[in-house]
Write a protein that binds this ligand. Structure first.
Ligand SMILES: [Zn+2]
Length: 431
């Protein structure tokens, strides 16, 4: 077998480009598997995701990869390395989707892993360690309202109570769904894990970009600085007082106006960060008066909202939490209302590993690309691996029309550019 260091970037590029027809066929098959007009639905631990797993497994078998599963029914497709006991390199993404989503969110990363392994094969290269392509279960939190189920399951890090959560459409528990797909919820409950994080060399994920910055920049590929951390209040509300529409201002405790002031203060906070070039985002996903009590001639006494605040630096995130608390205290004092923020959910920032970032930058240059850096707009399984202490990296591929909708649009050319960077990096890193 060839020494990896001897492979020139041009040969890598040709080997990746040679996967075009096979990858196109696989993407088409996945689209057929998940068709649920408009768009596709790969429901996690359900028929849609099962069909995607079957298709990807068939392709991996045809490539001669070792096939395995864990207690969370994640799929592992392994190219054996020279030293089978060395910490493995995982290339993964998820095979589920949101309802009526696009074909590329998640699937592109799994197929990029397969294309990389196929290119290594064509280059007659045996990597130093096992390369494990992972088809991750249930990443989309819309179904079970729990994030990173498959990846955290593989690491023995499922949150307490997750297995009892019911899928919003079927009403069946996560444990039931996992068992129906050949997994072992009892072992997960006991904390049994597939991966020992200390025995993983790195986790790498290619994913479509879910914002238009690469379209705007005219670049096919970007490298990831970090996966955002967040704090969230899913069920917050403001308590004011329901009063007559004629009540003078000084007597009012108007919950809706308090909510509006809160929204504008958050927007100003974001603008302030934007002006300083500090990336963050805040979203009031639910924002409404109480439909059972509101009316044109009633001062609103209750206002409900959800809040998601995300940033890419733990210090920025911590400072934002304090700023939000100060905004709340100010509005409470000025308007005589009370904020009930409710339960807080929290996810740590998943920074990309500095050595992996440097390696990806070299790989991108070797493949003739100008390295472009972006913070991931969305959450990804890599954050779960980062939280477990595994070095992570991500590659984003240009994608028009956003994501989580049927209009997602990634070209096979851009996909192969991203896969070229991935393959070059694997050869440099695991050679
Ligand atoms: Zn995704």
């Amino acid at each position: 077998m060839t020494e990896m260091v001897a492979i020139i970037p041009d040969a890598v590029r040709r080997a990746v480009q040679a996967q075009r027809a096979a990858m196109r066929t696989l993407f088409d098959q996945l689209r057929q598997d998940g068709l649920d007009e408009p768009g596709i639905s790969r429901d996690p631990y359900g028929d849609g995701e099962q069909r995607a797993h079957a298709t990807v497994t068939r392709a991996a078998r045809a490539m001669g990869l070792e096939i395995g599963h864990d207690d969370a029914a994640n799929l592992y497709m392994t190219l054996p390395g020279r030293d089978r006991s060395a910490p493995a390199l995982v290339i993964g993404s998820h095979l589920d989707s949101v309802p009526h989503g696009g074909n590329y969110d998640g699937a592109a990363g799994v197929l990029a892993g397969l294309a990389t392994v196929a290119a290594l094969r064509d280059l007659a290269v045996t990597p130093a360690c096992d390369i494990v392509v992972m088809g991750i279960r249930a990443e989309e939190s819309v179904w079970f309202q729990v994030s990173y189920i498959g990846s955290r399951g593989s690491l023995g890090m499922l949150p307490d109570g997750a297995l009892d959560v019911r899928r919003v459409d079927t009403g069946r528990t996560l444990a039931e769904h996992i068992a129906a797909c050949g997994g072992n919820p009892d072992a997960l409950l006991a904390g049994r894990r597939h991966f020992d994080p200390a025995r993983l060399r790195a986790y790498m994920e290619l994913h479509i970009e879910q914002a238009p910055s690469l379209v705007e920049a005219g670049q096919p590929v970007a490298l990831c600085t970090a996966i955002p951390g967040n704090f969230r209040y899913p069920y917050a509300w403001i308590e004011g007082s329901n009063d007559h529409v004629g009540l003078p201002k000084r007597f009012r405790r108007d919950a809706a106006i308090a909510g509006a002031e809160f929204a504008m203060a958050l927007d100003a906070l974001w603008e302030e960060h934007e002006a300083e070039g500090i990336p963050m985002a805040c979203t009031l996903g639910r924002f409404h008066t109480d439909a059972t009590q509101h009316g044109m001639t009633i001062v609103p006494g209750r206002f409900d909202f959800s809040l998601d605040v995300r940033a890419y630096d733990p210090a920025v995130l911590a400072a934002l939490e304090q700023r939000v608390a100060a905004i709340v205290a100010g509005i409470e004092q000025r308007r005589g209302v009370r904020f009930h923020l409710g339960t807080k959910a929290h996810a740590a920032v998943g920074p990309a590993d500095p050595a992996i970032k440097a390696g990806l930058e070299r790989a991108a240059r070797a493949q003739g690309l100008t390295p472009t850096w972006i913070g991931s707009p969305a959450s990804h399984d890599g954050a779960a691996f980062a939280a477990a202490g595994v070095p992570i990296g991500m590659i984003f591929v240009r994608n028009e029309n956003g994501s989580h909708n049927p209009m997602e649009k990634m070209t096979i050319e851009d996909f192969l550019e991203g896969t070229g960077v991935l393959t070059q990096w694997v050869i440099d890193y695991a050679g």
